[in-house]
Design a protein around this ligand. Structure first.
Ligand code: DAH
Length: 337
């Protein structure tokens, strides 16, 4: 049978344990843990020490049991203390003091994509030749993408399989992702009067299978000059000045007879650089029908236009053999530019 004294003693031990658990569990730093240690386990006036003194008043028969309970409680509080100490140490280790004299950590800097760099460089060179840079929409209507450029409805370039037409309500004109930047020629001529010198660089879309030289989305540079007395000699001079500035050195430009519905005569433009001829795009004198379509008088002004592939000139300049690399978003490739 337990004596009342033993029961009281056990109850006191249990109360102490519960309070120690609360104090140590909420101690938020080393000082608070140390204060709790002194309160409960302090060698001279700790609360366990006081309880230990009560042992003497326990009847002899209950002493062994009382001693066992005392030791259990002391051990339990010791375990709580160790856990609390470990916890505040862990927290302290994470709070790194700030040394404002240390050098900063380098922040990796990105840079412009090679296609964007190319576009800006072309704009810069053409600006020096007096060409203003303008933008046009990537979603176009058939008038700007075809009709005004003298590409009639039955022309194969308008085939649904060769264009990204957008689904539209029955009875309305089908819009499409523009297949060329020549659209911008029309948009500018519709709103301005000659003299005009503009370039427009941007994305165009065609349902081509991606390979080393094709991609369903790519970029073009469109150039347009409309002034009194413009000739093909002006066209060739501008292209040659552009090519020499862009690629560096004395670049030769070659015209081969060709056909585009919106130019007459039309040519393919080749550029020679490093001993190799590369086809860069098309050009020609703006067809009188196009000038008339936008309300200009072909008897009064003439103009030239050209369209070059941005990926092509970028690939040529940077020595890239597969244009798909421009779109893979692989920083190991992009970092080189
Ligand atoms: N728009 C033509 C194409 O995408 C390229 C072109 C040819 C543009 C002749 C022109 C031009 O301005 O005069 O194939």
């Amino acid at each position: 049978m337990n004596t009342a004294a033993l029961d009281t003693f056990r109850a006191e031990l249990e109360r102490l344990r519960v309070e120690a658990e609360a104090a140590l569990g909420t101690a938020s730093d080393a000082n608070a843990v140390e204060a709790a240690r002194v309160e409960f386990l302090g060698a001279r006036s700790g609360r366990l020490k006081s309880l230990q003194k009560m042992l003497g008043a326990i009847p002899a028969g209950d002493k062994p049991a009382a001693g066992r309970h005392f030791n259990e409680a002391k051990e339990a509080v010791g375990v709580l203390l160790a856990a609390a100490q470990a916890r505040v140490e862990r927290v302290a280790a994470h709070v790194v003091p700030i040394d404002v004299t240390l050098p900063g950590e380098p922040v990796p800097r990105g840079h412009l994509h090679p296609i964007t760099q190319t576009i800006r460089r072309v704009q810069e060179i053409m600006a020096r030749l007096g060409f203003e840079s303008v933008d046009g929409p990537e979603i176009e209507d058939p008038w700007h993408n075809f009709e005004a450029l003298a590409i009639p409805p039955e022309h194969p370039a308008r085939d649904p399989l060769d264009n990204f037409y957008l689904a539209v309500a029955r009875g309305t004109d089908p819009l499409l992702l523009r297949s060329q930047t020549s659209t911008v020629q029309i948009r500018v001529m519709e709103t301005r009067r000659p003299p005009l010198r503009i370039v427009s660089l941007g994305r165009v879309y065609r349902p081509d299978t991606a390979d080393a030289t094709h991609y369903p989305m790519f970029h073009q540079v469109e150039g347009l000059l409309v002034e009194r007395g413009t000739t093909m000699a002006h066209l060739k001079s501008v292209l040659r000045l552009f090519a020499s500035s862009f690629l560096g050195g004395d670049v030769h430009v070659r015209f081969r007879p060709s056909f585009f519905p919106f130019t007459e005569p039309s040519v393919e433009v080749d550029m020679e650089w490093g001993g190799r001829w590369v086809e860069m795009g098309g050009a020609g004198m703006v067809d009188p029908a196009v000038l008339s379509a936008v309300g200009y008088d072909p008897a009064e002004v003439s103009g030239f236009a050209f369209g070059l592939g941005v990926e092509r000139i970028a690939a040529r300049r940077y020595g890239v053999s597969d244009i798909r690399d421009f779109y893979r978003n692989d920083v190991r490739f992009l970092r080189q530019f």
